[in-house]
Design a protein around this ligand. Structure first.
Ligand code: SF4
Length: 153
């Protein structure tokens, strides 16, 4: 068995989200890949030192700020570093990260004004991993992830 994909822990059903809710993916491939030992779950925000629950935060000009205006960038960047350390330890080429999160989002993030509006952008963990050559997919891109895993063999 070898680990192949770093996965947002919340997608595996761990109650690590800011609001304590679970968002486990129901797709059958997740169970299959888990059985094969391919998935390594991790929550960068929790590894970065934040608790559950925690105030929601959004990206604003490279910083991560809560609705109350607290700058929580340090924990978010620390969390991204822990994710990178895992990727490097297991030599992972792929990550499956939760869409739209200020840590894990790979295509879109909220606009920083807590208006519920998404804009093009990446979360801090998704960005750091991509910069280190990891292909990052979100939960709506399982078909694409399946393809690259099959191609790698
Ligand atoms: Fe899920 Fe990522 Fe948010 Fe953790 S930081 S709860 S893994 S989306």
């Amino acid at each position: 068995k070898r680990v192949r994909v770093l996965v947002s822990a919340c997608l595996l059903g761990d109650p690590v989200r800011y609001d304590g809710a679970t968002k486990g993916l129901a797709d059958h491939r997740i169970g299959l890949w888990q059985q094969r030992g391919w998935l390594l779950g991790s929550c960068p925000e929790v590894s970065g030192g934040l608790s559950v629950p925690r105030p929601p935060a959004e990206l604003r000009q490279g910083k991560v700020i809560t609705a109350a205006g607290e700058d929580v960038s340090l924990a978010f960047y620390r969390g991204a570093e822990t994710a990178l350390a895992l990727v490097q330890r297991y030599d992972l080429k792929f990550a499956l990260l939760k869409a739209n999160s200020p840590s894990c989002g790979n295509e879109r993030v909220y606009n920083g004004r807590f208006e519920g509006k998404l804009v093009t952008g990446e979360g801090v963990t998704a960005s750091l991993l991509r910069q280190h050559g990891v292909q990052v997919f979100n939960e709506n891109q399982l078909d694409e992830l399946e393809q690259v895993l099959a191609a790698e063999g």
